[in-house]
Design a binder for this molecule. Structure first.
Ligand code: SAH
Length: 296
């Protein structure tokens, strides 16, 4: 039988790690997040209640012993949209606090996800120093969902660290993306409110803000947490076979991120709330590659 690893999912959101970790023997024993909507979703799908303790100030004796830490800390401190203040940004405090706890806890493995800009940040420099000082092997990876047959761009930066073995390389098989239709709901099931009315369309067309694609596309724009709120660079819109234009459902975005068909949102969440959660989440196929690279 496969050995079981006790994992902690920090910044758990809607639980991309818990979607797939079990495939490599990881069992999530604890999740941490302060988002109310995210925690409703998490509880519904994984029968585990995330802890709402603020990670800015959590102490080492408040964290269970485990074999693996998965972290996808807030990314705004590193992006232009978030003003790029890096470790000076208060939203980076939680990550820096957890870094300071590593020498006292020393989990065997640590896996981290963030935006591409994190790679050259001061936060990354601190992470490298912490990992080196505590005898971790580690590797950095730039990966995009489009390299994993998803017809969608989503570039992210990842770090895989282990104290117990060397980190393997990640090999990608180059192949054509899967057809978009594979990830879409049946037309009859599409929520009517996802279709755009002509006023919104005309207004956005004047600003050339939308990326409108048809079913043949091989490259959707990356869906961000601003999808539905901001038109520019926040994700594509679909022109269907009847030339109607609509938003992608959050469930379709999650299918593109490799989430299971059994994944559910609580019925009270609005589309905007669901898009925000989906836009913050992680490509689960990449998590599987990281787990393999970590020697599990
Ligand atoms: N990986 C997650 C999403 C991460 S987004 C997923 O699979 O969906 C970052 C998350 O960190 C958000 O859900 C936010 O609520 C949470 N967060 C940000 N700062 C926090 C803090 N100080 N303490 C606890 N959670 C925090």
């Amino acid at each position: 039988m496969q050995k079981k690893y006790r994992a902690i999912e920090f910044f758990s959101g809607i639980g991309a790690f818990s979607q797939v970790g079990h495939e490599y023997g990881a069992q999530t024993i604890k999740a941490f997040d302060q988002g109310e909507d995210a925690n409703c979703v998490y509880r519904l799908n994984y029968a585990l209640e995330p802890c709402t303790r603020n990670l800015d100030s959590i102490k080492f004796d408040q964290i269970e012993k485990s074999d693996l830490w998965w972290m996808s800390p807030p990314c705004l401190p590193y992006t232009r949209k978030g003003n790029g203040c890096d470790i000076e940004d208060t939203r980076a405090h939680s990550f820096l606090n957890l870094l300071e706890l590593i020498p006292q806890i020393l989990p065997d493995r640590i896996l981290i996800e963030n935006v591409p800009e994190f790679k050259n940040s001061k936060a990354m420099h601190r992470l490298s120093e912490t990992l080196k000082q505590n005898s971790y092997h580690f590797k950095k990876f730039d990966l995009c969902s489009s390299q994993l047959r998803a017809p969608m761009m989503r570039r992210r930066f990842f770090v895989v660290a282990s104290r117990v073995c060397q980190i393997e390389d990640i090999e990608l098989n180059r192949s054509d993306p899967d057809p978009l239709s594979l990830f879409l709901q049946d037309e009859a099931d599409v929520d009517p409110s996802l279709y755009l009315n002509s006023d919104t369309l005309n207004q956005a067309n004047r600003m050339e803000a939308f990326d409108i694609v048809d079913l043949k596309t091989k490259r959707l724009t990356c869906f961000t947490s601003s999808y539905g709120r901001q038109h520019k660079a926040s994700g594509s819109l679909l022109k269907d076979n009847n030339n109607r234009i609509r938003y992608f459902a959050a469930e379709e975005i999650l299918a593109l991120l490799g989430f299971s068909k059994d994944f559910k949102f609580p019925p009270h969440l609005t589309n905007r709330a669901k898009w925000r959660l989906a836009g913050n989440s992680v490509d689960t196929r990449i998590i599987l590659l990281l787990l393999k690279a970590s020697g599990l």
